[in-house]
Design a protein around this ligand. Structure first.
Ligand code: S3P
Length: 175
């Protein structure tokens, strides 16, 4: 199916929610471009997210994140996956709300933890107790993710394709 998107669909939610995987599948199902703000930041900086956090600090990363999202939102409508912290800034939320449709991929903490526990690439989880850090981030962030236009729930038995289908349905039936 090839559609013409009226607005960019912005995937938001916690690390491990499946924003990139589901966004990629959704873009393929709809025949529209897929972009990932983390990937764009990494490409422009020519180093990994972990290296950027380590060498330049989180505020530098967040500034690049806002710039990249702002630039991508001005381009052709696409499916845009964002990093888990992108929707926390009020300025980013406003910008996304003004031009795009935000979709919160919601998943419970156990599922998120199962997905991220063996990955060492996420700088925010390089703590003495990453499970506890993930829980703290989750609790602090939930009310902000809840400001997204749409919510789609993940579950352990749902495939990426199923999730992409649920997002499509949510987009089609949104008020
Ligand atoms: C972050 C999530 C990461 C990445 C960075 C910060 C966060 O993206 O942007 O490590 O603040 O939750 P994913 O959500 O794709 O893991």
């Amino acid at each position: 199916m090839i559609v013409r998107l009226a607005k960019t669909v912005v995937m938001v939610g916690m690390m491990g929610a499946g924003k990139t995987a589901v966004g990629t599948a959704l873009a393929r199902q709809l025949g529209v471009p897929f972009l990932d703000s983390d990937e764009e930041i990494v490409r422009a900086a020519n180093r990994s997210i972990a290296e950027i956090f380590e060498r330049d600090g989180e505020p530098f990363f967040r500034a690049r994140e806002t710039e990249v999202i702002s630039r991508l939102l001005r381009g052709t409508p696409c499916i845009l996956s964002t990093g888990g912290g992108a929707f926390l800034s009020a300025a980013n939320r406003r910008m996304i709300h003004d031009v795009g449709v935000s979709v919160w991929l919601r998943a419970d903490l156990d599922l998120l933890w199962q997905r991220v526990r063996h990955k060492t690439t996420r700088p925010l989880l390089r703590t003495a107790n990453p499970r506890e850090t993930l829980r703290e981030l989750y609790e602090a962030r939930m009310p902000l993710y809840a400001e997204a236009d749409l919510v789609v729930d993940g579950a352990p038995d749902l495939s990426v394709e199923d999730m992409a289908h649920s997002v499509r349905q949510a987009l089609l039936t949104r008020p």
